[in-house]
Design a protein around this ligand. Sequence first.
Ligand code: PLP
Length: 427
Amino acid sequence: MSKETFVTKEMIEEAVKTYPTPFHIYDEKGIRENAQAVKEAFSWNKGFKEYFAVKATPNPYLIQILKEYGCGCDCSSLTELMISKAVGVEGEDIMFSSNETPAEEYAYAAKLGAIINLDDITHIDFLEGILGKLPETMSCRYNPGGVFTMSNGIMDNPGDSKYGFTKEQMFQGFRILKRKGVKNFGIHAFLASNTVTNEYYPLLAKQLFELAVQLKKETGAEIRFINLSGGVGIPYRPDQKGNDIRAIGQGVRKVYEEVLVPAGMGDVAIYAEMGRFMMGPYGALVTKAIHEKHTYKEYIGVDACAVNLMRPAMYGAYHHITVLGKEQEPCGYKYDVVGSLCENNDKFAVDRMLPKIEKGDYLVIHDTGAHGFSMGYNYNGKLKSAELLLKENGDIQLIRRAETPKDYFSTFDGLGIYESLEKEFLG
Ligand SMILES: *Cc1c(COP(=O)(O)O)cnc(C)c1O
């Protein structure tokens, strides 16, 4: 089965003249069309806002595009907050959904006027200790425990996850916050990851809406928003059917009208913090086949490795691969497509049926637009790649340059390692 790419062989052959492989490339047109569809799917809710999960793709150029569609930023660290600030996303357009949060990060979030979403009941005192006085608007992250099931079985295991308040703590927490002067409340939950079904958001919404009605009734808290967070997935495999965001929007609307409206809560805003769904399909990792190896298996060695895309090594995640220029050829060869790390899990694909690959072929590894580049690291002294943007007019723009050895050595202040080697090795 095949999967479309948004780049062609000709495009990449042109791009590599300026930007050598490997690199991540993003599709502006796809990002825009999808952002528009998300906006329309929830336009029935007056206060709707998507807070893009910055950790998925922390690139100011891309966040700027989403901002044009009314998106805010969901941040969970100091530098993510700084990126938001840099693109002009401030105040309540930032959702700070962190956990095990250092004091200085809470302080900076508050300074930017972000909405703070607490991960734990003990953070009420922790935050008050930092700020002196709590903000007027606060959110709490809910964890119902147990397992989260949908019609096709168990989807995830909230009872095993480190996040959120228990149900009892939600009630207790809201009472304490109210006593401490908080006026507007939000509820947040993230119960299942990468769900490829239109059912997830509506089911989650129903749980949160019912909780909201109960919380309001028992604590008198004014609930201003319900944050469905992330977890809306994408079809990584070619035989999977993607989510229909319009159907998801309508599914949430239905439970909103069933649960919140009759409770007199028809003014509650719906928030989302999608990362993967906003960006995942609109990024790809382009890499070149540089070796072939015939031992007990057939290997294709490429110039990217797990530091450019960690998901296959970390979760055994499937990412589809297209060999550019060979889209129509039969997939008659079984390969492991591997990177150069000294780790045997550095494999983009295992036993993958592909067309015959020659050295010099360009491979497109699909769906790296979220949790791709951003999970990168520097193991084996590998350097992070560039990020490119395929503009709507067909131009290619560099939106993050590749790391250089100088970047790698720059944190050894004063040792001058790079400077002393520069002449010797790099001419
Ligand atoms: C990771 C994360 C998201 C985004 O998740 P996706 O699966 O990319 O949609 C949203 N909110 C929080 C708090 C997260 O940790």
